[in-house]
Write a new protein. Structure first.
Length: 451
């Protein structure tokens, strides 16, 4: 019997639903394991394992907030005299490398008995490298490329573990709880910066506290998630790496065997372009385009983050009720409305004050986007190739992270059409995604259709 221990939190308990003690199957070599197993994939995972997986998402967003979107870019430009181009170069190099590394790493994980060791290694490496950031500009730029590479690689493994910590009946709620509560990591990141600066600290202190905070928030996942071992052939590392490359080639060659999965990945690239790009440029739009003060901008973004927390929790329940495909389609419609309204403020069709209503609408949709698309991916991917296809899932996101900002720059800087027009281009990307995803079956990933 599994020792469940005390309930980690009421929110997490609500996401998981009632948990009864379960007899644990014997894994390879006679060792008992917890959570769903290949023999019994719908056995109820231990509640503390679910809690550990959800808490890891707070660390994800903490690192992303401080090292990718906020304090590190500001340090480069405002403190060290660097340029926006250097920040863009760091992002471009990282994402370009991930286009090749992501699918390969996912294929490697499919050939290993467990994925959790890769998550532990990538997260620990990311945190150790981040501790060294902040001494000088040149070395810090290189270090952040390395830290971000490991961070992005860890996300592939983390997403794949959703199967381990959920069942088909509660997958939407568990994923939604991680998305919703994960946004609290952004608030934690802002809080770290506020406290450090209030006490006369510097940016390097923020970077170090971010590394320590990420690692501490990852520990419950490392310790509590019990991933069942899969029966795989033990191979030497070099043979494993070569075999993973062969797996990717074979998957690409036989992609036509999974037409709905390919359709989803293409559609995901379009809506992820919009989501990633608005995240990067929203602060610039508010301050430069609309004239918001720094304080007003931060308060508005805080409202959007809190709405994203609620959106993740709400849409997670909707996913379990109507399925991830229908949930995602509804979320994208809300996204379309929000983008159109934001653009209307730039064209002075709506007053700036309207953003206090539009921002929570956009945040609510953003939380729902990730709450729906992870379960949809699981419903589409063959279980034996889950890691490999999550590598492709991540590849679609990295491709979007490359193309979206370049498209924005093309519209705003090269063509000189302005930021409101760039928002309409993002709206068009979401509409294209809706058209691409519409033919997907509504039954994909629904609990009542699980085998």
């Amino acid at each position: 019997m599994t020792e469940l221990g005390p309930e980690p939190s009421l929110l997490i308990a609500d996401a998981v639903g009632p948990v009864e003690p379960v007899d644990l199957p014997e894994a390879m070599g006679g060792a008992a394991t917890e959570g769903p197993s290949p023999e019994n994939p719908e056995s109820t995972p231990p509640r503390r394992g679910v809690a550990g997986w959800i808490v890891y998402d707070l660390g994800n967003t903490l690192f992303s907030q401080n090292m990718i979107a906020n304090y590190f870019p500001v340090w480069v430009v405002a403190v060290m005299g660097g340029s926006d181009g250097q920040i863009s170069l760091v992002n471009t190099v990282t994402m370009a490398l991930m286009l090749g590394i992501g699918p390969w790493l996912g294929a490697v994980s499919d050939r290993m008995s467990r994925r959790l060791p890769i998550l532990i290694a990538t997260t620990t490496g990311c945190c150790l490298i981040t501790l060294l950031v902040g001494n000088d500009l040149r070395s810090s730029l290189f270090l952040v490329v390395g830290a971000n590479l490991l961070f992005q690689a860890g996300i592939i493994m983390y997403d794949s573990l959703l199967v381990t910590v959920s069942t088909p009946e509660n997958r939407g709620r568990v994923g939604g709880a991680a998305v919703g509560l994960g946004y609290l990591g952004s608030l934690l990141g802002i809080g770290i910066g506020f406290i450090v600066f209030a006490r006369g600290g510097d940016y390097q202190t923020i970077f170090r506290l971010t590394a320590v905070g990420f690692f501490l928030l990852a520990l419950p996942c490392f310790l509590w998630v019990k991933e069942p071992a899969r029966a795989v052939e033990r191979l030497a590392p070099l043979v494993l790496a070569r075999g993973a490359v062969q797996d990717i080639v074979a998957t690409a060659r036989h992609a036509r065997s999974y037409p709905e999965l390919v359709r989803f990945l293409v559609g995901r690239a379009f809506y992820a372009e919009a989501a990633n790009t608005i995240g990067i440029f929203m602060a610039v739009y508010l301050t430069v385009q609309l004239g918001f003060s720094s304080g007003e901008k931060d308060r508005l973004l805080l409202v959007a983050i809190l709405a994203a927390v609620a959106g993740g929790l709400f849409w997670g329940r909707v996913v379990d009720h109507i399925g991830p495909r229908d949930s995602l389609m509804r979320v994208l419609v809300i996204w379309s409305v929000a983008l159109a309204l934001i653009a209307a403020t730039g064209f002075t069709i709506l007053p700036n004050e309207a953003l206090w209503l539009i921002a929570p609408l956009a945040g609510f949709a953003l939380g729902g986007t990730w709450a729906a698309d992870r379960p949809l991916m699981i419903g589409l991917a063959p279980p034996e190739y889950l890691g490999q296809f999550y590598g492709l899932y991540a590849l679609a996101g990295r491709f979007a992270a490359l193309v979206g900002p370049l498209l924005w720059a093309l519209v705003v800087d090269v063509l000189g059409l302005g930021r409101p027009t760039a928002l309409l281009v993002l709206l068009a990307l979401v509409l294209v995604a809706i058209v691409i995803l519409r033919p997907l079956s509504p039954s994909i990933g629904r609990p009542d259709s699980a085998q």
